[in-house]
Design a binder for this molecule. Sequence first.
Ligand SMILES: [Mg+2]
Length: 374
Amino acid sequence: MSDLDQVITGYRVWHCRLPVRSKRSHGIGTVSDACEVVLLRLTLEDGTEGWGEAAAWSVFTGSPEASFAALDRYIRPLVEGRKLSDRPALMAQARRAVAHCTEAKAALESALLDLEGRVRGLPVARLLGPDPKSSVPLSVSIADPDFDQDIRLLERLTADGVGIVKLKTGFRDHAFDLRRLEHLRTHFPALDVRVDYNQGLTADEALAQVPEVARFAPTFIEQPVAFHDYDTMARLRGLTDIPLLADESVFGPEDMARAIREGICDGVSVKVMKSGGPVRGAEVARMAAEAGLSAYGGDMFESGLGHLPGLHMVAACPEITLGCEFYQARYYLVEDLLDGEIELKDGALVLPTGPGLGLCPDPDRVAAAEWTKR
Ligand SMILES: [Mg+2]
């Protein structure tokens, strides 16, 4: 029997609540106190464990309750007793078993890839591409409604060698956004600054405000309007030379095809939580590159376990050239779930080289984070 013919005998799901360090405002919503993730642990006959995380945000992708139900009720019966070598078929069946819930499918694919990498002695990135990058530049989002707090974070980031920040805009008013951009350009001139509205503007607001923000020459401006407003995204693209990126408008390959057809963006945020796993995320990146669009690796409110499949995907995709945003575990959570830290070197996250995802959750931290007040 090949090791990949082993059967999945263990399937455990947790709903965890992770305290955070500060309030963060994005165009469509605010996170404070804590974020919530759903964890999946698969176990093979020989005891090998593989882990995945579903990091849902109710205003963006969906709710953690939906992720939990998708994994615990609808996906579990497809997986228990199946061979590890059935991964492609399992993913296809999971996509049909429950609509949406892309974060739950991402957790499943992450856990299956983690198992396969551990069994084959290869990092997940090598399962996704032949020649992964060894590190990926890190971008950290500036999103505290109290900008003085963010200035302290910026000083820490600069000391850590982080050279990319993304300013979250569109949650208070235009003057606040311009004031913060001015401050960044004046006091942190070496930073690569990007702007992300997270759908925070109406179409009229976007048509008036985006050209003014573009004067600060950010590397790109991301998703000013609602995900479904492809028409305004296409119009905005014609108003400025600054690249316009799609995030909430593009979840998986199907959205990417439409976004390319309708010319709504110059680049795309690729996230395993939107695409339903790293395999489809890599497909989004390939489609974007073939159409001449750029891409970066985005995240949700994730623990380090959620960052890992994203980091392996970005490392494996030469098409993703704008870095990654896997900063929450280091800079936003009070305590991460992993039993180690993803290394940060010269402003870039270093791809773990061990088998599978390379790191796994600490059981005590998972037990302490389990949310039981339902
Ligand atoms: Mg975004």
